[in-house]
Design a protein around this ligand. Structure first.
Ligand code: PMP
Length: 661
């Protein structure tokens, strides 16, 4: 387990604090190390190029005298000091340096250089390094006049980048000084981060005294992080892939001749680690992992919940995570009033359909109207409203409930609305008005049924038709919810409200299988009049662990700059993915929010393209004729541009064609 130590400024005693923390850890017999990967103002000391303060302090602590990853003579900003020696700092080298030197230790203290916006090279700052390390941060700052603004800004920036601040060390503190006291008290009241104040020492044993001050912080806070983390060298990297091939069914796959699977060891931020390499993730694990992987705040929320209550039946019992998440969901979706928690997107669709059919029971309406190109899940009811022709469930058509299908909404999102595009659904509605209980549709984006983006006005007309004919409107926001399209929920593009909404996937940020169906109050009132009950109740309904994780994920989303991030991803894909339009094999390129799609004129051979993508260190999983990106919102721009380039290359060099072609 590593921590990243940064400061509000240069020369505020960061190296001194790091060394004192290291001593405090070693006194507790924790095998620990401090590393300062980038050092400027270096001199030759004991055959190594080191910054003098690092050398002095670290020699005071056992086993800590490692050559930095980058050392420069000029005492200046790293980008400039490097430039003076004709070098360029590369974050990837720093990451492997940290991994190499800290892997044998229980705790590594990784010290930055200067503050968070100190440039490392012309494009990247310390913050980029911190984001890629994704470690809990310890912020060091001097306790003096004017520091509050600086500290609060730093904390806000860390939060906005989804980084956890594990502790605040106030250096050069004067216990009875009025300003120091007022700073301490204000911070204690206003920030929810452990704070330690260390006085200014001139004694020769200053490090020992400072480590006394830090002892409780180390014991109560830092060590709780290692209790909760699994050292990487404990992870079993050798998987029995033969067992996997012979006994485990993977999604939509041949049992006897399955497509290849790549064994994953771990995942961190937007990187999936397979043996020997990291793959840049373009899929967010089927659109769930909004914040990427191994997010320290979600991890901690999960662990906290796990140690309290991981599961309990929801019949006759309730709990705080379900209630707190419920309140948060109603805050996000204020038009709804009742929540039914379930365990997967498909089940939430079953619940929505059952709610609608039960609501309409006395009216005799028992058909669902939907559109072609739709996808709503793999369970029986959900399959019955998926595209029956081109969809993946066509072989079950004979046994599925017969519902009513209108054409795919053809009016593109990015073009002017054509009223002709609703003519057919209008006449279908008119012809079946006595039978249509509800309409179900994925708002704005049809996902697994073709990655198609249609015009918001289509939804407005659907709402009017439902009202006119007394049908309910169900929006399946399982793939689109939680910011993916650029709005928190895609239906907000249309300014209409459905009667029932299904949410899942991003709800639990890729951590747990979880979903929910929300409805307006009039649905609950009608179903429950005359003592009617709603007959559904999954074993894992409102699982507390999933609720706690979802709540933390929504909080993280709200406090991050997700709109800006989605906009950045959108603009980058518009610029770089659109280059695929110049290739003759490309039929269409479309981008909406953090979804980018390249539609080819031919079917893609998945095994071939997958192998190519993995050889180029990216994880992209196309289907049909579509290669698409739905990256985690935290993906850095360079990596996103690289994903777009690799897609271009795959098409240009025909890496989507199978061996027989
Ligand atoms: N509806 C939509 C729109 C989906 O995209 C999906 C999953 N791809 C589902 C329902 C089914 O969700 P799950 O796989 O969690 O059952």
């Amino acid at each position: 387990m590593n921590f990243f130590i940064t400061a509000t400024d240069t020369d505020v005693g960061k190296t001194f604090v790091t060394t004192s923390l290291l001593l405090a850890l070693q006194r507790l017999k924790i095998k620990s190390i401090a590393l300062k990967p980038v050092q400027t103002g270096c001199e030759k000391i004991h055959d190594k190029m080191l910054a003098p303060d690092v050398a002095i302090y670290c020699s005071a602590v056992a086993e800590n005298n490692i050559q930095p990853c980058y050392s420069f003579q000029l005492p200046a900003s790293p980008h400039y000091a490097a430039q003076k020696e004709n070098q360029v700092i590369d974050i990837k080298n720093i990451l492997s340096y940290i991994k190499q030197y800290s892997c044998d230790y229980e705790i590594g203290l990784i010290e930055g250089a200067g503050g968070i916006f100190v440039p490392l090279n012309q494009q990247e700052t310390m913050l980029d390094l911190m984001r890629q390390c994704n470690l809990p941060i310890i912020l060091v700052c001097p306790n003096r006049l004017g520091i509050l603004n600086n500290i609060l800004m730093n904390i806000e920036i860390l939060k906005a980048n989804s980084l956890t601040c594990a502790g605040l060390i106030l250096n050069f503190d004067k216990k009875d000084d009025e300003i120091c006291k007022c700073n301490r008290e204000y911070l204690q009241e206003h920030i929810d981060i452990p704070i330690v104040a260390i006085p200014n020492f001139s004694a020769t044993n200053a490090i020992e005294i400072a480590s006394d001050y830090l002892q409780d912080f180390v014991q109560d806070y830092l060590l709780s992080y290692i209790d909760n983390s699994l050292p990487e060298n404990n992870i079993d990297t050798k998987l029995d892939t033969q067992f996997d091939r012979e006994h485990l069914w993977h999604p939509y796959t041949h049992a006897l001749n399955p497509l290849p699977t790549y064994p994953v060891i771990s995942a961190n931020r937007h990187l999936i680690h397979i043996e020997g390499k990291d793959l840049i993730d373009g899929m967010s694990s089927w659109w769930c992992a909004l914040h990427g992987y191994n997010n320290s705040e979600i991890n901690r929320a999960a662990i906290k919940q796990l140690s309290q209550l991981s599961h309990v039946m929801f019949a006759g019992l309730t709990h705080k995570p379900a209630i707190d998440l419920g309140k948060k969901l109603l805050e996000l979706l204020p038009d709804f009033n009742r929540i039914f928690y379930s365990d997967s997107g498909s089940v939430s669709v079953e619940v929505a359909l059952k709610l609608a059919l039960q609501y309409q029971q006395s009216s005799g309406k028992d058909k669902i109207l939907t559109v072609l190109g739709g996808y709503h899940g793999d369970t029986q009811g959900a399959m019955s409203v998926c595209d029956p022709n081109d969809g993946m469930h066509a072989i079950f058509n004979g046994v599925l409930a017969k519902h009513i299908f209108a054409p795919r909404p053809l009016c593109r999102f990015d073009q002017e609305f054509n009223p002709d595009s609703v003519a057919e659904i209008e006449s279908i509605f008119e012809n079946h008005k006595e039978k249509i209980a509800a309409v179900i549709i994925e708002p704005i984006v049809q996902g697994a049924g073709g990655m198609w983006f249609y015009h918001p006005q289509y939804l407005q007309i659907l709402r009017k038709l439902c009202d006119k004919y007394g049908a309910l409107l169900i929006f399946d926001e399982i793939a689109t919810g939680f910011g993916r399209t650029g709005k928190m929920f895609a239906y907000q593009y249309a300014n209409v409200v459905p009667d029932i909404i299904c949410i899942g996937k991003g709800l639990s940020a890729g951590y747990m299988t979880f979903a929910a169906t929300l409805c307006q109050e009039h649905i609950a009132q009608k179903i429950s009049h005359n003592n009617g009950v709603f007959m559904h109740g999954p074993t894992f309904m409102a699982n507390p662990l999933a609720c706690a994780i979802s709540l933390k994920s929504i909080e993280l989303l709200e406090k991050s700059n997700w709109q800006e991030n989605v906009m950045r991803i959108s603009n980058t894909m518009k610029k770089h993915l659109s280059k695929c339009k110049s290739l003759p094999e490309t039929l269409d390129v479309r981008v909406l929010g953090a979804i980018g799609v390249v539609e080819l004129s031919e079917y893609i051979d998945i095994a071939t393209i997958q192998e190519f993508f993995v050889s180029r260190n990216v994880w992209i999983r196309p289907f049909g004729k579509l290669i698409y990106l739905m990256p985690p919102f935290i993906i850095p721009n360079d990596d996103l541009i690289y994903l777009c380039q690799v897609i271009f290359e795959a098409i240009q060099h025909k890496k989507y064609k199978g061996a027989s072609c």
